[in-house]
Design a protein around this ligand. Structure first.
Ligand code: URA
Length: 279
């Protein structure tokens, strides 16, 4: 039997709560427990987070820029602006991004990863950039972090097949999954701004510090950005409320922060309700 939207949301919510350490087992076989009635058990001691890689000493980070690159960054950004402005719909914008040669990352990866989901959806999820699996498939958030993202969205009635559009602040996988650098983000930005103009989302969810800091043009980290709403504005004047969330890859490494993430998701859900966005 096909699952209703409510059933799907309940299933995602249940999986999400169970991932968080909330005991949501059926009290009686054959009955469904209301989320509010879930018994909360103390989460298991969280596994120690893996040690962060030591930062490279200043000045020694290998450059991903091609030696002797003939054009200055500003020219590439200007190209990106011109191509974006000429794109009149999401399909032509995607084609323009795929044909763009201004990111030094492009020659180092397999695929250009542009977007997934529903064009014109009320919610736009914006992540950091493709990882290994995304680079293989050419779609955003399809690896382990993407699976957790789908559960997070499902828990608040969102789904990339019905009401969510997904993209990233960078379209090409950096080698070794390093963070994209400011120049790499700068050449993508006109495309992303145009995506927001064309998609006109009612709410943007920024996944993780790299995306949130880049979108809000701030140095403030995700720990301080999360839990409150900001406003995103494109140069063309499109605005949308933006809620920064922990990145699902971070939550996979630090499951003890899922309860904070759950509060942020509820904030997003409340905002959607206030905007009249149904599940
Ligand atoms: N992480 C991201 O931020 N985006 C993806 O598309 C995949 C993983």
């Amino acid at each position: 039997m096909p699952q209703s939207v409510t059933d799907k949301a309940l299933q995602s919510l249940t999986e999400w709560w169970s991932d968080m350490g909330v005991d949501v087992a059926d009290p009686m076989p054959g009955t469904r427990q209301a989320p509010g009635a879930a018994r909360v058990t103390p989460p298991m001691a969280a596994p120690a987070a893996p040690a962060a890689p030591a930062p490279a000493p200043t000045g020694t980070t290998p450059s991903r820029r091609r030696p002797g690159r003939p054009r200055p960054l500003e020219d590439w950004i200007e190209d990106a602006r011109r191509l974006s402005a000429a794109a009149t719909d999401m399909a032509s914008l995607k084609t323009a991004i795929e044909g763009f040669e201004g990111s030094p990352l492009k020659s180092l990866c397999e695929k250009t990863v542009v977007c997934d989901g529903v064009v014109g959806a009320p919610v736009m999820v914006i992540g950091e950039g493709p990882g290994a699996e995304e680079d293989r498939q050419g779609l955003p958030f399809v690896g382990p972090a993407g699976q957790l993202l789908d559960k997070m969205l499902g828990a608040i009635g969102l789904d990339r097949t019905t009401n969510v559009f997904i993209t990233n602040v960078n379209y090409w996988r950096p080698p070794g999954n390093l963070n994209p650098d400011p120049d790499e983000l700068a050449v993508c930005r006109p495309f992303l701004d145009r995506m927001v103009d064309l998609g006109a989302p009612k709410l943007i969810l920024a996944m993780g510090g790299v995306a949130a800091k880049s979108l809000l043009d701030t140095r403030t980290g995700i720990m301080r950005l999360r839990g409150q709403e900001a406003v995103f504005q494109t140069p063309a004047g499109t605005t949308a409320p933006l809620i920064p969330l922990f990145h699902p890859a971070y939550l996979l490494r630090r499951p003890q922060d899922k309860s904070r993430s759950w509060r942020d998701l509820l904030l997003a859900r409340a905002r959607l309700d206030a905007l009249g966005v149904a599940t």
